[in-house]
Design a protein around this ligand. Structure first.
Ligand SMILES: [Fe+2]
Length: 491
């Protein structure tokens, strides 16, 4: 069993990663190399505040709000060999845009009890169970800003300047674990989550209704306590990915900070459940590691889900010195679950290394045409470097990718060597314009600028994706490769 809060938080942080290093843990490494403390992953050591940031190009005046991004940024690391990327303390980076100006940049650790202690600050308490500085996502929710983590820790609420307000439990209605990957159905005003926890014999589909309360919880029995980092939502269905990375009590007993392993006895399957609850229909697929959903929708009697996957077996390694010795990177696939004939059709959409697939958020659970993803060489190399130490050439590209899933084509915004690209978030040019094209807006991402040794906030026109960025906001510091974020428009 896990040994208390720290271990369970660790379990949660793990999947937070999905950006996990796939790794065959077949050899004991003796060096002290930890790729997730180096290069584009290297944590920053300070919280910075800077105003009136320099800009190359022109920031669109309609972009009024904040681009926030969360990621692990370990604080006070004593032994690099014991470090695990997914267990780094959450740090949120943010740029505030207003009236064509980049008003400020801030980066702030999420103040969990442990982070507060390490920083010598008072934690207002009480300390919740499984407390952890949520490091995986940051989302807007009904005027609040929530930092999220799966598998145990409560969300932390932040204020508009990234200070931690405290834990958030949806007005006292959240019981137990939450998720890092919520789905907000804008039409229904519902926030959906799929929660898992190492000691549960089920996973929970949660629906937060427009009043902000967890209004419905459906328990879905699953054996072996699998990791479920993300899920999918359509207008009618919830889609659950039950993959063979499962909680390993023996590993937890040994003190493994991320006690999840590839479990050959556990099936790989996709479950489809009516959104209103009810029986789950399961469909077996070949063993695979599923990391993220781009989006999903209903099409006749089928459910279409675009996902990033990794080849099996995919191990949840990535700590210290026995980290990434991998056999694959993320790629984009379309899974079509044919409910009438009871089968799943899997098709590769793009086999180039990539992660963090995103869609125009207004279309979550509805049919989409476009998607956006990122290729960061440091991540690909970390995953693909094998025992001989030679990652393939294709691992070295840095790029943002726009997918046209109707025409089956891509546009690639190539970035220079050393310009590690983080997740690209789509921001509509005018959210109120219901007739605007799906890609009428901007793809915005934090990208490392190797010439300055610091990050730029890069703003691309999604309609001119391969063209020069509309603007590049030059930040005063680095934004280490991390996980997920959101555009949070002014109310
Ligand atoms: Fe994720």
């Amino acid at each position: 069993m896990l040994r208390g809060a720290a271990g369970i938080a660790a379990a949660g942080a793990l999947v937070g990663t999905t950006n996990l290093p796939a790794a065959a843990r077949t050899r004991e490494s003796t060096d002290r190399h930890c790729p997730f403390l180096e290069g584009a992953f290297m944590p920053v050591t300070e919280e910075l505040t800077a105003f009136d940031l320099p800009v190359t190009g022109r920031i669109p005046r309609e972009l009024n709000g904040r681009l926030l991004r969360n990621g692990p940024n370990v604080l006070g690391l004593e032994d690099p060999r014991a470090h695990h990327w997914m267990l780094g303390d959450g740090m949120v980076h943010g740029v505030r845009l207003r009236d064509g100006r980049a008003e400020w940049y801030r980066n702030r650790w999420v103040r969990s009890s442990q982070v507060a202690k390490k920083l010598g600050e008072f934690y207002p308490g009480p300390v919740p169970p499984d407390d952890f500085a949520c490091n995986t996502h940051v989302i807007p929710y009904r005027g609040r800003i929530l930092a999220l983590q799966e598998s145990g820790p409560l969300p932390y609420e932040l204020d508009g300047e990234l200070n931690t307000v405290g834990t958030y439990d949806f007005r006292g209605t959240l019981e137990g674990a939450f998720t890092a990957h919520t789905k907000y159905d804008a039409e229904a005003g519902e926030l959906h989550a799929l929660a898992y926890y190492p000691t549960w014999d089920h996973v929970r589909h949660l629906v937060v209704d427009p009043s902000g309360r967890v209004a419905r919880t459906t328990r879905i029995p699953v054996p072996d306590a699998p990791m479920m980092h993300d899920f999918a939502l359509t207008a009618k269905h919830v889609v659950v990915f039950d993959i063979p990375i499962t909680f390993d009590p023996a590993a937890a007993e040994r003190g493994d900070p991320v006690p999840y392993v590839w479990n050959r006895q556990h099936p790989s399957r996709v479950g489809v459940m009516p959104r209103t609850g009810g029986a789950v229909r399961w469909f077996e697929v070949d063993p695979v590691f599923y990391s993220h959903t781009l989006n999903a929708y209903d099409e006749g009697s089928s459910v279409v889900v675009d996902v990033t996957t990794y080849p099996a077996p995919f191990y949840a390694a990535g700590r210290g010195t026995d980290g990434p010795s991998a056999n694959g990177t993320g790629r984009l696939e379309r899974w079509t679950v044919d409910l009438r004939h009871g089968r799943v059709r899997q098709r590769t959409l793009d086999d180039r290394p990539q992660e963090f697939p995103r869609v125009n958020e207004a279309l979550v659970s509805r049919r989409h045409r476009y998607g956006y993803s990122a290729a960061a060489a440091d991540m690909s190399v970390a995953y693909l470097t094998t025992a001989d130490g030679n990652p393939p050439d294709r691992a070295f590209s840095n790029a943002l990718i726009k997918h046209d899933l109707l025409r089956d084509s891509t546009q690639v915004h190539r970035l220079p060597k050393g310009a590690a690209a983080g997740e690209a978030v789509f921001v509509p040019r005018d959210p109120a314009d219901r007739r605007a094209a799906e890609d009428d807006g901007y793809a915005v991402a934090y990208v490392h600028n190797p010439d300055r040794g610091a990050a730029d906030l890069v703003i691309l026109s999604a309609l001119d994706f391969t063209g020069e960025p509309v603007a590049r906001v030059h930040l005063p510091g680095r934004v280490p490769l991390g996980f997920h974020g959101s555009w949070i428009p002014d109310a």
